[in-house]
Ligand binder design. Structure first.
Ligand code: FAD
Ligand code: NAP
Ligand code: SF4
Length: 675
């Protein structure tokens, strides 16, 4: 008898008038294709791949029910009959499979990035430059009607339902909390008045489309801001949402302006499911839980223990469209896991670029980055088993090339082996597990402890050589730099050289910040949910409005750390758009002194002598750690070219400046697609 690997995750969910094939909801994600010319055909291919991969229910990226609610001047809107046609491409593509799809209706309110924004009260948000206009009662009523009209159009476009976005600090959430609702009419004041907008919207939408249409309401269960709702208020609202006719309640965690990280990689897995579990006792319609759920065993545990009826995963479906299919086949070790880095998804969206995925560069490029079988297989030597070499090898072997991979180190992974050691970056391990499995499945010979010389490669008789040899840390020319006090980041992470209590870090790029975290957080908080919640000020007992503690209980390092850069710009400015603030806050919380505009004078007996704004300052430190960027490692290139070999450079070996794994993997995939 065969057993289903994830019985709860893969069991159907009966909604009365329709049945979902499993408990997996692909959460709403804006991809940027929505606004591109011809983007809907690409979007249809994107969603089709996820439907083919077995997702039970897809929720689209947010679409506004009217012009003022759009996120930006050219943001998506569904309000006119001629908008329907492009959506039909998406629903037709998805409905080739037994997957349901709901359109998310998102009115941004004061989060809009345009001057026509409206909100319950005229209060600017801290994260947008525009002050919203206070909505008149007439405007409120016509906006509710716009939701219903958009829902009717969604039904005409073939959607199985809508998700009404009521969390994350968008319009409906702005109505429901005193933080942003200072009205004195029937739409403000008491909770009954503040939640009237949400409840009237659900009732009007339900009346317009009838009973047999899915209405998901995304309820803010944790506002995580001052002036957020109390637990009692959230429960009252959930009950009213159920009574008003919602089919499913999805969990919303934290406003965008909240200073608590909610989805970055250092957030523990399933960090907020406890709040959905608490709500399970209060309502009887299905509840969806969300945030940092990225592997089937995590989802299964949540469902098996009754914390929720469904799980929402969004980014994991950028990383792997076949997540559900692989889980169902008992092949979870083949899943390309989302590592929560935000580098190619949310960071892109916030920069108005098309979203993709660091570990899966084909995401949102389904029709453009493709790997056709080769007509003539080549023998290809790949030197370096870092992210670039690994990704190239797997994609090229998949096309039918005969690939061999060589690395001087004793394990695959290159610098990812050091990234995964940083507290809060444990997810990076998953990428190496994924590649290890793919190498096995593609039967790619892997030669470890095998430093390659040009001579060996020339003798090897390969058709192509791919140099994925990465980088060399930059060496600095500062007086006294040869002192034993000075360590490179590799000596700290790889060689585990001891580091003293007082430390200066030269270079405040990604690696400088990571080293500071490594030294500050001797025990990773990501592994201890309660400690992590306390550290960020989250009140799990929910004794205060917004679920914030009066005082966070910080876990502060005993080390004295200086993080230095020469630039005069804010330290950490170059970090990821959606994750940089978390790294900076972590430094502030640990009393790390971040100093910009530094010139390095000398390493001396006492530590490091620097000058800031022309004034000398002696840092009394035990160690100085160099994290000053990197140079390409292309030692082999010239000799191979001289021997007339066909040489290709990818990743750090191609360009070290501003290198990250996102670029390394994409470049590798693009080469593999055409070689
Ligand atoms: P590498 O990973 O450097 O791999 C090169 C490989 O080539 C090595 O394994 C090396 O042993 C091998 N090699 C070199 N010469 C030879 C030879 N002659 N013969 C055989 N083998 C050879 N990037 C991100 O995008 N996000 C992050 O959050 C992030 N965090 C990081 C944290 C740390 C602490 C570090 C150190 C790096 C981090 N990075 C991060 C950077 C990321 O790891 C690199 O951009 C990426 O690894 C570059 O990939 P690569 O394949 O080009 O080179
Ligand atoms: P980096 O981000 O380029 O930072 C290098 C740092 O060294 C800068 O702060 C730079 O600032 C300083 N520096 C450069 N030349 C110097 C010199 N000659 N003397 C003294 N200081 C010098 O590089 P990195 O930190 O090595 O990271 C490598 C790559 O890995 C990055 O591009 C990054 O994308 C990726 N990474 C990403 C993350 C992430 O969380 N996304 C984390 C780690 C690594 P000044 O020139 O102002 O001094
Ligand atoms: Fe996940 Fe990073 Fe890919 Fe975004 S870019 S989906 S966070 S792995």
């Amino acid at each position: 008898m065969t057993t289903t690997p994830y019985p709860h995750l893969l069991s159907p969910l009966d909604l009365g008038f329709t049945t979902l094939s499993n408990r997996v909801l692909m959460g709403s994600m804006h991809t940027g294709l929505e606004e591109e010319k011809g983007g809907y055909a690409k979007l249809a291919a994107f969603y089709e791949a996820r439907a083919k991969g077995g997702v039970g229910l897809i929720v689209t990226g947010g679409v506004s029910p009217n012009a003022r609610g759009r996120i930006a001047p050219f943001g998506s809107e569904l309000s006119k009959f001629w908008h329907v046609k492009k959506h039909k491409q998406v629903t037709d593509a998805v409905h080739k499979y037994p997957t349901k799809i709901c359109l998310q209706l998102l009115h941004t309110g004061r989060y809009a990035y345009h001057p026509f924004s409206v909100a319950p009260s005229k209060i600017k948000s801290p994260i947008t430059p525009f002050t919203p206009k206070e909505m008149s009662v007439r405007q409120i009523k016509s906006t509710i009607n716009d939701y219903a009209k958009a829902t009717k159009l969604a039904a005409q476009a073939g959607y199985d339902g809508v998700e009404i976005m009521g969390s994350e600090g968008y319009l409906i959430n702005q109505f429901s909390c005193v933080r942003t609702n200072h009205r004195t009419d029937e739409w403000g004041g008491s909770l009954e008045n503040r939640m009237r907008f949400a409840i009237e919207t659900i009732k009007t939408v339900r009346a317009r489309v009838g009973e047999n249409f899915i209405i998901i309401f995304r309820l803010s269960m944790l506002d995580l801001v001052e002036g957020g709702n109390t637990w009692e208020e959230v429960v009252t609202m959930a009950k009213a949402v159920e009574k008003a006719g919602a089919t499913i309640i999805n969990t919303g965690i934290g406003w965008h302006e909240a200073r608590v990280p909610t989805i970055v990689t250092s957030v523990p897995r399933a960090a907020f499911t406890w709040v959905t579990e608490r709500m399970k006792k209060e309502v009887s319609i299905p509840l969806v839980t969300t945030n940092r759920i990225n592997m089937p065993e995590v989802a299964e545990k949540i469902l098996a223990s009754g914390q929720a009826d469904m799980v929402s995963m969004a980014r994991p479906f950028l990383a792997d469209p076949d997540f559900v299919k692989k889980a169902a086949a008992g092949k979870a070790d083949e899943i390309n896991t989302c590592i929560g880095c935000n580098q190619a998804c949310l960071d892109h969206v916030f920069q108005q670029k098309r979203a993709s995925c660091l570990v899966n560069p084909t995401a949102c490029y389904e029709t453009e980055l493709t790997f056709s079988p080769v007509t003539k297989a080549k023998r290809i030597a790949v030197i370096g088993a870092g992210p670039a070499g690994l990704a190239f090898s797997v994609y090229a072997a998949d096309r039918g090339h005969n690939v061999e991979i060589f690395d001087a180190a004793s394990a695959i992974g290159g610098q990812f082996n050091f990234a995964k050691l940083i507290p809060g970056k444990e997810e990076f391990y998953e990428t190496l597990r994924y590649f290890q499995k793919q190498l096995e499945l593609h039967q790619i010979p892997v030669h470890l402890n095998c430093q390659q010389s040009a001579e060996q490669l020339i003798e090897g008789g390969f058709d192509e050589v791919v140099l994925a040899t990465g980088i060399k840390p930059r060496k600095l020319n500062i007086k006294g730099i040869e002192s034993d006090k000075v360590l490179s980041y590799l000596e700290v992470l790889r060689d585990k050289k001891p580091v003293g209590k007082r430390v200066a870090i030269i270079g405040a790029g990604g690696i400088g910040f990571d080293i500071a975290t490594y030294l500050a957080e001797e025990k990773s908080l990501t592994k201890d949910l309660d400690a992590w919640l306390e550290n960020w000020g989250v009140d799990k007992a929910y004794q205060h409005a917004g679920a914030l503690l009066e005082q966070p209980k910080r876990h502060i390092t005993e080390r004295e750390i200086y993080l230095l850069q020469r630039k005069t710009t804010k330290v950490g400015k170059g970090l990821g758009k959606t994750s940089g603030w978390v790294h900076r806050a972590n430094m502030v919380n640990n009393n790390v002194q971040m100093i910009a505009g530094v010139s390095y004078k000398e390493v001396n007996e006492q530590g490091l002598l620097i000058a800031v704004n022309g004034e000398e300052k002696q840092l009394k430190v035990d160690n100085i750690i160099i994290c000053a960027g990197q140079e390409p490692n292309r030692d082999l290139e010239q000799a191979l070219i001289a021997a007339n070999m066909s040489v290709n450079l990818i990743g750090g070996a191609a360009v070290a400046a501003e290198l990250d794994a996102k670029r390394a993997i994409r470049q590798a995939a693009e080469l593999a697609a055409k070689i």
